[in-house]
Ligand binder design. Structure first.
Ligand code: H79
Length: 452
């Protein structure tokens, strides 16, 4: 896992621009629009498309990394990639089961690939036949997901690739891309197509449009600004990630220049070392080494690592967008299900230490674990102390000088004695951790948290 430091504090403050509200929106309106996203802290990413059929293998050769890129990695000409349409028949797809799995794990939103770079659409679009309507399955895959999400109170959101290897007018071409035949691509035509697709997707009332594939030269800053404004005008409450524009700055996911559009920043496969203070952000990460389904990628992260990543991200004030790659049949792979169920077990007891919390007041993570906070209605502060390494005797809160109110174990409400000595608070712990992944101690203190 990559925890490399990204930027100095000064640069981070400058990076505020990434989260600046759209024009014609007050700070209060912006905060209201971002409210559900900030409280959510945890979402499910779903990468699903034609690439689930080859599942990381083409002509007997196995590909590693993100195998949703297999058309690019194996340089598969359209004529050879297109027959996947006839092989995509996810008869085991059960939207209700997917949403239940996410909901049980404490995920408050789902971001599914309405379209990835290969251009294939998961709904029956009037704009193209390169979609699920042309497969043996025929039925819209997004509609049942929208219904299940509405039923369970989970927000449905769409990942929509700007780069489109299949569309004839997309400006950047390669011989293996289906679009190479157009001598002079027309990005105005392409953008009209993109907007028409997005108009169709807005009918599903997505919470977020999560763009990607914005880095090729054909997509410009001006087009990003135009698309952002177009969508926000149509759907004022919509949240749009910063990959709509050109300011994402690689895998770090954010840029210090305030001219770039986007409501939040998008670190990919990494967690910013000190968070991104003052900015809304979400780290998207995989459970193994691929986004789309691979039959051979078994590099699964442990449940412990996934839960601790969630805690680490929440302690830095960000969201965790954790990916699953369903199979061509429509099943979330068993190792992903097992991990989500493990996360669910932890969240059932400890979800309050994640949902609706704010970042840790400690300048660096305590050596025993992490911390999130919540401001209580009376103005006092609740600290959730997620203990990874269970100390013998006392849990020391370095530099915390507030007057304590009470300390308990979140798992069983057991009351824990508090000491005020040596310029900080410390809490007497039972001899055994309640949970080997992370045991949560709840500490209420007077006023706002003060750390010296
Ligand atoms: O959808 C998943 C991946 O398929 C897609 N994003 C996640 C969410 C993705 N992952 N890696 N890539 C796309 C490859 C892009 C790599 C790069 Fe670049 C494009 C390297 C250089 C150009 C983007 C822009 C990253 C650095 C600069």
């Amino acid at each position: 896992m990559n925890f490399k430091p990204l930027l100095s504090m000064a640069a981070l403050t400058a990076a505020l621009g990434c989260a600046l509200p759209a024009h014609a929106e007050t700070k209060a309106e912006h905060d209201a629009r971002m409210g559900w996203f900030r409280e959510a802290r945890f979402g499910m990413f779903i990468h699903w498309g034609l690439y689930a059929v080859p599942a990381g293998e083409w002509n007997g050769k196995k590909y590693g990394g993100g195998v949703e890129w297999i058309q690019s990695m194996a340089k598969i000409p359209t004529a050879e990639y297109s027959p996947l349409l006839q092989q995509f028949n996810p008869v085991k797809y059960d939207a209700e089961a997917w949403v239940s799995l996410a909901k049980e794990a404490g995920m408050k939103y789902i971001v599914i690939t309405s379209k990835h770079h290969d251009g294939f659409c998961l709904w029956d679009s009037a704009q193209t036949d390169w979609d699920v309507g042309s497969t043996p399955y025929r039925k819209d895959l997004l509609k049942p997901l929208a219904a299940a999400c509405a039923k369970h109170g989970v927000r449905l959101c769409f990942y929509h690739s700007i780069m489109d290897w299949h569309h004839p007018e997309w400006g950047d071409k390669a011989p293996w891309r289906g679009n190479a035949a157009t001598a002079k691509p027309d990005m105005d035509k392409f953008t009209a197509y993109l907007k028409a697709e997005l108009d169709e997707l807005l009918a599903y009332q997505p919470g977020i449009l999560w763009f990607d594939g914005e880095w090729e030269g054909a997509w410009t800053h001006e087009r990003g600004v135009d698309l952002y404004d177009y969508l926000r005008k149509k759907s004022p409450s919509l949240i749009i990630n910063n990959r709509v524009d050109k300011g994402r700055n690689g895998m770090a996911g954010f840029n210090s220049d305030s001219k770039f559009k986007g409501d939040y920043c998008t670190p990919e496969q990494e967690i910013p070392a000190s968070g991104l203070p003052g900015i809304d952000w979400e780290s998207c990460m995989t459970m193994n080494d691929t986004w789309g389904y691979s039959a051979h990628d078994q590099a699964w992260k442990s449940t412990e690592m996934l839960v601790r990543n969630l805690i680490d991200i929440a302690s830095k004030g960000g969201n965790y967008l954790l990916n699953v790659g369903p199979t061509g049949e429509g099943l979330i792979p068993a190792p992903s299900v097992e991990r989500l169920q493990g996360i669910a077990a932890w969240m059932k007891v400890n979800g309050a230490a994640i949902h609706g919390t704010s970042a840790s007041p400690f300048p660096t993570a305590p050596e025993w674990g992490r911390c999130t906070t919540r401001t209580l209605p009376d103005g006092n502060t609740r600290l959730y102390l997620q203990v990874f390494k269970w100390p013998a005797g006392k849990l020391v809160l370095p530099g915390l000088t507030n007057e304590p109110i009470k300390a308990t174990l979140l798992a069983n409400d057991a009351s824990l004695p508090i000491d005020q000595d040596g310029g900080h608070l410390s809490i007497h712990l039972p001899s055994q951790a309640a949970d080997p992944i992370a045991t949560v101690v709840v500490l209420d203190v007077k006023g706002a948290a003060k750390v010296q």
